[in-house]
Design a protein around this ligand. Structure first.
Ligand code: XIL
Length: 449
């Protein structure tokens, strides 16, 4: 057995920066008009929804989600409802709007806990039938789509797609101002044919950034290049995508586990523009698409450690300044050399972000067995408990796995993995695309078991 993860030892430091339950959000959806008009016909939603009776933000404009005036929950920490879909909420809701960020796709529900489906034969069905629904995603690669088994499993089990590499800066804008859409379009088109939503990944990131960009100097130059990239990329996909990772991995620590001297990562964006590049990126993205969900995404912020405290303060500052951010993606790459996290740690960590009025997402989940360093039993527990932590939180709107089958996992070849060369066995399907026990544990968590 290994000793207790560092993340656990650091948990005592938390809440100094505020674990308040004020529920003051960011005003909710830009498209929200305040009061909820829905909430009369929820399908399985709680009758004791926690919708707020006060507040001027968010709120459902249509549909069956939304906060309730009859809710018994705490109105100060309530979140607003959805503009569409069957998001949770009360059966008698005619709420006047909640504080915080409402969901535009039925995910913001007003109930205090997500209600699982009674049964489901695929992960995506379990996600779609839950109330409020939760998106079940996978990182999809162009290479994978050349394999029929991969395509079959990916589409049957998931309703949410992140392009594994094809929408990164080096893929989309390999030389300054020249954009290359083919590989990304293939993934987006395939996803749409299979009724899957796509999250754009990722607009501003230090990695997989072409040299012409990473070596650029001058604040005005870098700002202009960043603006052009965000504007062009979001513009190209505008009719097809409305979820974006706007900034990825802006914070670093001495170790990849999120421990030691958290600080802004010295990227070309930070070095030339300063920390305000993050606000600016979100503002540009909001200008380009007022309705899109805009996310910050990072790794080793999944449980409790120095890095996530730093990120929390950064995000809270953005919310306080009115920067248009809708949510935070927790990559959830669990196992050496990255984070280790119990379900309880993840639940507590997600909550302090939802208390800011934000959505949260598990955005890149895999659990690296690292050639046996993480035992099969440990991996199963991580998978079940972490998925359950997100599932139980109605404002956790998606769980994305970073790949489909073990054989294609990035962890098998990524040089950063300490167990490089050893089998990661990190995902839900084996090399023959058969379901592993990890799949069953994830399904259980999605069914509330
Ligand atoms: C990884 C891909 O899976 C690899 O194929 C690629 O070589 C490197 O990037 N955080 C992220 C993802 O945000 O984009 C990374 O994806 C994994 C870590």
């Amino acid at each position: 057995m290994r000793s207790a993860p560092l993340t656990l030892l650091l948990s005592a430091f938390l809440c100094a920066a505020g674990c308040s339950d004020s529920g003051d959000g960011d005003g909710g959806e830009t498209t929200g008009s305040g009061g909820a008009t829905g909430g009369t016909t929820t399908s399985g939603g709680s009758t004791t929804g926690s919708g707020a009776t006060t507040g001027s933000g968010g709120g459902a404009t249509t549909g069956s989600g939304g906060g309730a005036t009859t809710g018994s929950g705490d109105p100060t920490s309530a979140t607003s409802g959805a503009t569409s879909g069957s998001g949770g909420g009360a059966t008698t809701g005619s709420g006047t709007g909640g504080e915080g960020a409402g969901g535009s796709d039925g995910t913001g529900g007003g109930a205090s806990a997500r209600v699982p489906a009674a049964s489901a034969s695929t992960l995506r069905e379990a996600g779609e039938k839950a109330n409020p629904p939760i998106l079940i995603g996978a990182a999809i690669s162009g290479g994978g789509l050349g394999n029929n088994d991969y395509k079959r499993v990916a589409a049957a089990e998931h309703n949410y797609v992140t392009a594994e590499n094809e929408m990164k800066w080096d893929a989309l804008e390999p030389s300054a101002g020249n954009f290359s859409w083919g590989a990304a379009d293939n993934i987006v088109n395939w996803a749409r044919q299979n009724n899957m939503k796509v999250k754009g990944h990722t607009l501003v990131w230090h990695s997989q950034l072409p040299n012409w960009m990473s070596s650029m100097t001058g604040k005005a130059n870098v700002e202009a290049a960043m603006r052009r990239h965000i504007t062009q990329v979001m513009g190209h996909f505008k009719d097809r995508l409305d979820h974006w990772d706007v900034v990825n991995e802006a914070v670093q620590t001495d170790s990849d586990t999120g421990v030691g001297n958290p600080r802004m990562r010295p990227t070309v964006f930070y070095n030339q523009i300063g920390e305000s590049y993050i606000d600016l990126a979100f503002q540009i993205a909001r200008e380009q698409d007022p309705k899109a969900k805009l996310y910050y995404n990072d790794y080793s912020i999944d449980a409790r450690n120095a890095k996530v405290d730093f990120v929390y303060n950064m995000i809270k500052g953005m919310v306080d300044r009115g920067v248009p951010i809708d949510g935070v993606g927790f990559q959830m790459h669990i196992g050496p050399p990255n984070n280790e996290a119990t379900g309880a740690d993840v639940a507590a960590n997600l909550k302090r972000f939802t208390d800011l009025g934000l959505e949260v997402l598990i955005s890149e989940m895999d659990i690296n067995r690292c050639g046996g360093v993480v035992t099969a039993e440990e991996q199963l527990t991580y998978y079940h408990d972490i998925v359950a932590a997100c599932f139980k939180e109605p404002k956790c709107t998606a769980i994305t796995f970073w790949g489909i089958n073990d054989g294609r996992s990035w962890l098998n070849s990524w040089s950063g993995a300490l167990c490089n060369g050893q089998s990661s066995q990190s995902l839900l399907f084996n090399d023959q695309y058969g379901k592993k026990e990890t799949y069953n544990r994830v399904m259980n968590a999605l069914l509330g078991k």
